[in-house]
Design a protein around this ligand. Sequence first.
Ligand SMILES: [Zn+2]
Length: 151
Amino acid sequence: MRSFREKCISAYEKAEKERKEAAQKRADEFREAAVREFEKRFSVSVTKSKAVSDYQAELVIQDVNIVARNEGTGIRFFTLRKCNSCDTYFLPRYPNSCETLEDIGRDLTIPVTCGHCRSVMNYLNTKSPGEQVIEKLREILDIVGYSAEGV
Ligand SMILES: [Zn+2]
């Protein structure tokens, strides 16, 4: 006979399995709806699609990667780009979605750097107060015609 502990664990595992199956079904339904909507809106066949959750799916159209999301106002599409510094995938213009071919074209044309790399670069480009003083000093020495070597 099964112990009380075993019964509890088995009840939990059964419910958990059902929850996962229901979530997978909702994710598949969203993926299907996103594919239909994208194909209708952009008159192109989706090559590949992947269900992520009940509000997000990834679509591949030839060599273009798109993320479809339900933002509460219907399905929105975003171009998925790879950061040119760290190779991480991200949505460059989020929360602005792609409504036209032109929007996707813009996303594919602009060089992109993810938020993390941008903040690191901004940090590296910001000079410390000490460096700023030295820079000013060099400018002054330049003005008075002094060689700034070694400052
Ligand atoms: Zn990056």
